[in-house]
Design a binder for this molecule. Structure first.
Ligand SMILES: Nc1nc2c(c(=O)[nH]1)N[C@H]1C(S)=C(S)[C@@H](COP(=O)(O)O)O[C@H]1N2
Ligand SMILES: [Mo]
Length: 261
């Protein structure tokens, strides 16, 4: 009697071990299978919509966008960048790239105007005198290029938020993005509305108290200190508003769309 009981117990211990082994292997293969299936799913999933960023798989792009949102809240568009006394500003201001500037033979500075696309049908044309008539704001800050250089620079112009308010672009400011392009459309950037409305973001027409030179983006360029240089579009030709991300020259080459500091 006793022996049989012991046997029974031993048997059940062995059975327990077998069952546990069975469960562990089951879980192992199920997880492995899921990983393989997930990988195949990612490989076969469609590419993101072309043109906005550099053709990642759509689910990956969605994940990247989520991560980006997290960091965006962390290093928010709302902080003020450090400013410096005017005496610290560089006299020889670096010129970086000239896309949309030295490739535009048709450009005529005298007839320049800013074309603000109010909607699909209407455009508001604004000339430089109308812009210079608005309250002037100056900023001396450390301009940073993704290529690894930075320089303290002094810019003057109108706050983009003052500009939008003055021209009653209220409905437009409720959109999520602003798109800016050079007159020939060869260089273009997209900006989130929170950085557009940031108090240090300027439509600049002066550098070191002088009108901006051609290579620095005359007659009007963007100065957006919360972003890397790539977003600081020189020689603005058109301005538009949308809830979808506007096309962005460097994002198409794979750079971070947000490119915030
Ligand atoms: N139209 C236009 N704007 C542009 C660029 C460009 O090539 N074309 N380069 C950007 C980059 S990468 C940087 S770092 C800054 C450089 O501005 P700067 O030439 O006045 O130093 O302009 C930005 N705006
Ligand atoms: Mo740059």
């Amino acid at each position: 009697m006793e022996t049989t009981n012991q046997n029974k117990e031993q048997l059940s211990v062995e059975q327990k071990i077998k069952r546990r082994n069975f469960i562990s292997f089951g879980v192992f293969f199920a997880l492995g299978g899921t990983a393989v299936a997930g990988w195949k799913w990612l490989l076969n999933s469609p590419d993101e919509v072309a043109g906005v960023t550099a053709n990642a798989k759509a689910p990956l792009r969605r994940a990247l966008n989520k991560t980006e949102l997290f960091f965006r809240n962390f290093y928010s568009n709302k902080h003020l960048v450090k400013t410096y006394p005017t005496s610290r500003a560089a006299k020889n201001v670096r010129v970086n790239s000239l896309i949309g500037i030295n490739d535009d033979e048709d450009f005529d500075a005298k007839n320049w105007h800013l074309a603000v696309k109010l909607n699909n049908l209407q455009t508001l044309n604004i000339n430089i005198d109308e812009i210079k008539a608005l309250p002037k704001t100056e900023i001396v800050f450390d301009f940073k290029c993704v290529e690894g250089w930075d320089q303290i620079q002094h810019w003057g112009g109108v706050k983009l938020s003052d500009f939008l308010a003055h021209f009653k672009l209220i409905e437009q400011s409720k959109k999520q993005y602003m798109g800016l392009e050079t007159p020939n459309g060869k260089y273009y950037v997209g900006l989130e509305m929170e950085c557009v409305l940031h108090p240090q973001t300027l439509l600049a027409y002066e550098m070191n108290n002088q009108p901006i030179s051609m290579e620095h983006g005359a007659p009007l360029r963007l100065i957006v200190p919360v972003k890397y240089g790539i977003k600081n579009l020189k020689r603005i030709g058109t301005m538009s508003f949308s809830n979808a991300r506007p096309k962005d020259y460097w994002a198409e080459q794979g750079y971070d769309y947000y490119s915030g500091l």
